[in-house]
Design a protein around this ligand. Structure first.
Ligand code: GDP
Length: 527
């Protein structure tokens, strides 16, 4: 197969959802269609259970699952699909945000009973920043859900995206009878507990056909006719370029656990989901068609077990062909490195691979060379843009309990922040170290890892901040003055960028108003 064909058959995406909406279940059904697994139940949830917050073996077990399922590659109808997993636990949301920079599209799972939930909202915000194309799967139609029109309106409003129904449900809960495929004009009938397959799809030339009344009853048939007429009048045909621009999201209704409506979505996905896209770098866009290899690291996974202190850096290939044992240029370190055992993630087992193409994710053994956002090239000196850091939500002062281990602590915290486990800020004019995380679970992981891996014993002292904003200004004097006057609330991030640590929204808004010459940024690029 030629290079061009390899690119054109690749689709790299992630499934995102609020926990419990059905991401794991949907993943499993997709893998079954792709033949990557043979039995249901083979995909373990990467959820970290609430009660396990202080049980680190449990966390490690869960993290072990999460590395095994980090990337799942399967083939379907000649396409090669890379499904990137995202941690479900909200404390590890940053990991998810970064993974979203490595995909070309997403499937959003919404629970038909709960509608739009907190994590749905946040994840979609991240997708909107990059205009990532979205397909929506409304799950659990076998349960008594919200009215379908209300649900669509809620999603459109809350997530600020136009929706385009591709299938339309007939009732929900106990009365759920199936979906009508608007494009294919066929009816897929639902029987709980049995798998829907092609034979269940009834092709209809005309919705007026009385056969439908026989199948689903006159009342539901009439309702369906009415609904379809309304939807067709409002939506017409899906505009694929609007989908690709992240403006319109096709919507499917189904029930993942019953494998119902999933294949409809998959069939549309392979037709319309984007192949690897071009990406912005510090010296202009890089296209997947460029001959020279380039890629970036979006995730680093370290083994918590001190006996196996290996790290895996996950590299998204953006252009050219990645080859085993070839020297590549590590732009930040300005050194050339080769990889003798790069992993691929075909069928969930880790296999050494010879080469990889744009859209693929390669696992690289790392001994501490990489940090999140690093770029590898075939000699060029550019780096990829658009790998953001988001403001943490919980801030704590890092207190060293063992002064003899100051060096180890320094090294440990450096490495953990390189991995993206937490963000480190150093107070201006002082040495106070502030750790910022999204969730409390992360602090426990840091404390545990510093002790286990670096012998450094630390404590955390809560700080009253709620958000970090990165500061820039054309007027360097004004910025300097601000940093000096607000010493209690300013710090440097790991790369020396100034940040303002706000106590509350009110303080933040006041500072923004009082300092028109300073720009407050809510995210920062890794570089
Ligand atoms: P995740 O947290 O998003 O990965 O959610 P899971 O896939 O683990 O699903 C959460 C729960 O919802 C599990 O108990 C699933 O069996 C259940 N579930 C998934 N899909 C459906 C569905 O279509 N209908 C119903 N009734 N339950 C479902």
């Amino acid at each position: 197969m030629g290079y061009q064909q390899e690119i054109e058959r690749r689709k790299t995406f992630a499934i995102i959802s609020h926990p419990d909406a059905g991401k794991t279940t949907l993943t499993e059904k997709l893998l079954l269609f792709g033949g990557a697994i043979q039995t249901a139940g083979a995909v373990k949830s990467n959820k970290i259970k609430k009660h396990a917050t202080s049980d680190f073996m449990e966390i490690e077990k869960q993290r072990g699952i999460s590395v095994a399922t980090s990337v799942m590659t399967f083939e379907y109808n000649g396409f090669l699909i890379n499904l990137l997993d995202t941690p479900g636990h909200k404390d590890f949301a940053e990991d998810t945000y970064r993974t979203l920079t490595a995909v070309d599209s997403v499937v959003l799972v919404v629970d038909s009973v709960n509608g739009v939930e907190e994590q749905t909202r946040r994840l979609m915000e991240v997708c909107r920043m990059r205009d990532t194309p979205v397909i929506v799967f409304i799950n659990k139609m076998d349960r008594d859900g919200k009215n379908r029109f209300d649900l669509l309106e809620e999603i459109e409003k809350e997530l600020n995206i136009a929706l385009h129904p591709m299938t339309w449900p007939i009732n929900s809960g106990k009365d759920f009878k199936g979906v009508y495929n608007l494009a294919e004009k066929n009816l897929l009938l639902f029987t709980a507990g049995t798998k829907a397959d092609d034979e269940d799809a009834i092709h209809l030339n005309d919705l007026g056909d009385e056969f439908i009344d026989m199948k689903i009853g006159e009342r539901d048939a009439n309702q369906l006719r009415e609904d379809v007429e309304l939807i067709e009048a409002v939506h017409g045909n899906l505009n694929v370029s609007e989908y690709l621009a992240g403006k319109v999201a096709p919507v499917f209704f189904g029930s993942a656990v019953n494998n119902f409506g999933v294949q409809e979505m998959l069939n549309t996905f392979i037709q319309i989901a984007p192949t690897p896209k071009q990406r912005e770098t510090s010296t202009g866009a890089v296209s997947p068609n460029d001959d020279k290899f380039s890629g970036f690291v979006f995730k680093i996974h370290a083994n918590l077990d001190p006996r196996h202190r290996d790290r895996i850096a996950f590299l998204r290939v953006c252009s050219g062909k990645f080859e085993r044992n070839k020297y590549y240029h590590h732009v930040r370190l300005d050194k050339d490195i080769r990889f003798s055992n790069p992993y691929s993630f075909l069928a969930r087992s880790k296999d050494v691979i010879e080469d990889a193409y744009p859209g693929d994710v390669v696992g690289l053994f790392d001994t501490g060379n990489f940090k999140i956002g690093d770029t590898l090239t075939e000699g060029d000196n550019f780096y990829f843009l658009g790998i953001p850091t988001f403001s943490p939500e919980i801030f704590k002062e890092l207190v060293n309990k063992d002064p003899m281990k100051a060096k180890q602590l320094e090294k440990g915290i450096q490495q953990l922040t390189d991995e993206g486990v937490a963000q480190l800020f150093t107070q201006f004019g002082g040495t106070k170290k502030i750790i910022g995380c999204v969730g409390d679970l992360q602090f426990e992981v840091i404390q545990y890892r510093l002790l286990q891996e670096y012998g450094a014993s630390v404590e955390f002292r809560p700080l009253p901040f709620y958000k970090a904003c990165w500061l820039t200004s054309k007027d360097s004097k004004k910025l300097e003055d601000f940093l000096r006057f607000k010493q209690q609330n300013t710090a440097e991030d790991k790369d020396g960028q100034p940040v303002y640590l706000a106590q509350s929204e009110w303080f933040l808004n006041t500072e923004i108003t009082n300092n028109p010459d300073i720009t407050f940024h809510f995210t920062s690029e890794v570089h």
